[in-house]
Design a protein. Structure first.
Ligand code: NAP
Length: 336
């Protein structure tokens, strides 16, 4: 059976996921496209999915009888309404991060999915599908004893003028927030943010770099450097220190070049290249589960917890140096 997919939002990531479904993965095809800007949907149709129907309204795409499952790739503020519509229609949906722009919105999705009684939503936290994080998790689970500390960094070469300080949490740290819960099988109890000396390359609206300190229920201390104007490349670092040893996230595969009396490894500059394989694996997982009428991988609950945790981190930015508690509600049995 070929899963018939509708894609809402045909900008950068919607186009890329459409390419993925049409040209990389087996078992699914894009039969419907919708975007606030119909010209964008028609351009993706022309380039990648000539047989797909273009809908003016995402709600009509979700309701279309020939659409089995939905990819929600529109702007973050639109996600909640589309995910709720997909759940109401009983259709599996893959929602790019964030699940919703508020914790209350994410909770409404969790409530709707729990009322439905089965998982339908996968959130686009693709790092859980990255081969390097898989290897790291395997070692953390089996070889270094109890994890005690995590030292991490999320560095981008530069960010545009519209990138402001809270986006370092909502758009950048959000991936660490999710992947460390999964890596450590733990939840956060507090957040604190401190700001080192500001880089002269950071524009006026963003405090950069910043250091986020998270504490987990098990007492693990995590420090994450966010440095979005680091100039030299896109660089994701993660080191887990355990009772018996220490494990590092592998570097992306790169040619080691010996030349001109130097030993060199290229560093990536574009985040899309760093996780390109994990996007393929996450959508393959979605297609497989959706074909069975359900969802797997990062859940609405994970999206909700990420929203609560990132709200606490933004509060910690605003109250620099203060420790902000993170309190989570009880997890519904659906997500055990
Ligand atoms: P983008 O290029 O701006 O594309 C978003 C598209 O959605 C635009 O074409 C936009 O149209 C359209 N849109 C806006 N409101 C809509 C609505 N109500 N219904 C249907 N379409 C609507 O943004 P993007 O970079 O692809 O990001 C999209 C989402 O994916 C964001 O939530 C982002 O955080 C997430 N994302 C995740 C990752 C990841 O690593 N997992 C990476 C990139 C992006 P207009 O331009 O006319 O407004």
């Amino acid at each position: 059976m070929t899963l018939k997919i509708g894609v809402i939002g045909t900008g950068m990531i919607g186009r890329d996921h459409t390419r993925r479904i049409q040209q990389v993965l087996a078992g699914a095809e894009v039969v419907a496209l919708s975007d606030y800007n119909p010209d964008a949907a028609r351009a993706v149709q022309a380039d990648l999915a000539p047989a797909a129907k273009v809908y003016e309204r995402g709600e009509d795409l979700i309701a279309a009888p020939d659409v089995d499952a939905v990819l929600i790739c529109s702007t973050g503020a639109t996600h909640e309404a589309y995910v709720l519509a997909a759940i109401a229609a009983g259709k599996p949906c893959f929602c790019e991060k964030p699940l919703a722009t508020t914790a209350e919105g994410a909770k409404r999705i969790v409530d709707a999915e729990v009322a439905h009684g089965a998982r339908l939503v996968q959130v686009g936290f693709m790092r859980r599908y990255d081969a390097g994080y898989w290897m790291l998790k395997d070692v953390v689970d089996s070889q270094i004893g109890a994890p005690l500390m995590v030292h991490a960094a999320h560095r981008n070469p530069a960010v545009p003028e519209q990138y402001v300080t809270p986006m370092a949490i909502h758009d950048t740290l959000i991936h660490e927030i999710d992947v460390f819960r999964w890596l450590l099988d733990d939840d956060y109890v507090s957040a604190q943010v401190v700001f080192p000396r500001k880089s002269r390359h950071a524009h006026g609206g963003v405090a950069d770099p910043q250091i986020v300190l998270l504490e987990t229920k098990k007492g693990i201390r995590i420090d994450v450097e966010i440095f979005v104007n680091c100039r030299y490349g896109y660089d994701i670092q993660c080191q887990v220190v355990g009772e018996e040893g220490l494990a590092n996230l592998p570097e992306p595969m790169a040619i080691t070049l010996r030349k001109d009396a130097r030993l060199q490894n290229a560093i990536l500059t574009d985040w899309k290249d760093r996780f390109v394989d994990s996007y393929d694996v996450e959508l393959a997982d979605f297609v497989q589960a959706a074909a069975r009428g359900t969802a797997s991988g990062p859940s609405s609950w994970d999206g909700y917890v990420a929203a609560i945790s990132s709200d606490a981190c933004v509060e910690a930015q605003e109250k620099t140096g203060q420790i902000i508690p993170i309190t989570l509600p009880d997890r519904p049995a659906l997500y055990d």
